[in-house]
Ligand binder design. Sequence first.
Ligand SMILES: C[S@@+](CC[C@H](N)C(=O)[O-])C[C@H]1O[C@@H](n2cnc3c(N)ncnc32)[C@H](O)[C@@H]1O
Length: 291
Amino acid sequence: MPIAETGTTASRVPTQSTYQNRVAEYWNAEENPVNLELGRLDGLYHHHYGVGDVDWSVLEDPDAARRRERITEELHRLEHTQAELLAARLGSLTPDDRVFDAGCGRGGGSVVAHLRYGCHADGVTISGKQADFANEQARARGIDDKVRYHCRNMLDTGFASGAYAASWNNESTMYVELELLFAEHARLLRRGGRYVVITGCYNDTYGQASREVSLINAHYICDIHPRSAYFRALARNRLVPVHVQDLTDATIPYWELRKQADHLVTGIEDTFLTAYKNGSFQYLLIAADRV
Ligand SMILES: C[S@@+](CC[C@H](N)C(=O)[O-])C[C@H]1O[C@@H](n2cnc3c(N)ncnc32)[C@H](O)[C@@H]1O
């Protein structure tokens, strides 16, 4: 029986996968106090972890309400330190430059970069609710002419090629395939542009993903990559590492404090601490040049 030649019809590829819809739903619904209460302090909403030494005296305040307040402030200070650490690696940017914040959450990272360099920023999140929230914050700050948030897929932003002097992912690479992500960064960055990532990754020297890494994946609906995958995917996408920093020891104090913040815990604190301490999980900063 002859096979009919019907030609090739385009398959219907949804603009967002089912997985990405689930991630969007998660972030649309997310209202964890650790994200909202910290951000309310100064309008800088960070949805990543923190680095640096803790002022442990915050736990000793005899007044319960004041103790809570001081713990909240201290955790925010550590998260903000992480945002500044990342921003400091973006290169020498000018107010005319444009930066791309991939997986921007409620927008804190773009504001930090703008306040430091005066640059334009485009933040992208798959959550419409986060993009609206972040744009409202930018309006309230009077920087909405330069800092804008978009509900888009960071793998297919639709932004202009070569338009960006710097770009980054702060705690958002575990939601996407690295090859696709770095291809988009390489497309958006101009030659000589800088890419920075801060991320948890599983440690190849331990072996496969540990039980704790699997628990973190299930908790956040994500897929933590091994350390090796970052360097492979960067190299294949014209992104050449110029600085690599293991932040594991620097982030452990943040988790030790957060674990004791009864009003802010989410239940994943012990898992992170065990994963970092048993060597199966690492917190890494990588800065790379777009060649
Ligand atoms: C842990 S939060 C980090 C937020 C932000 N980078 C920060 O540091 O505050 C992860 C973010 O990744 C975003 N995200 C996940 N998958 C995405 C995708 N395919 N495209 C755009 N954003 C995505 C989520 O919407 C969320 O805003």
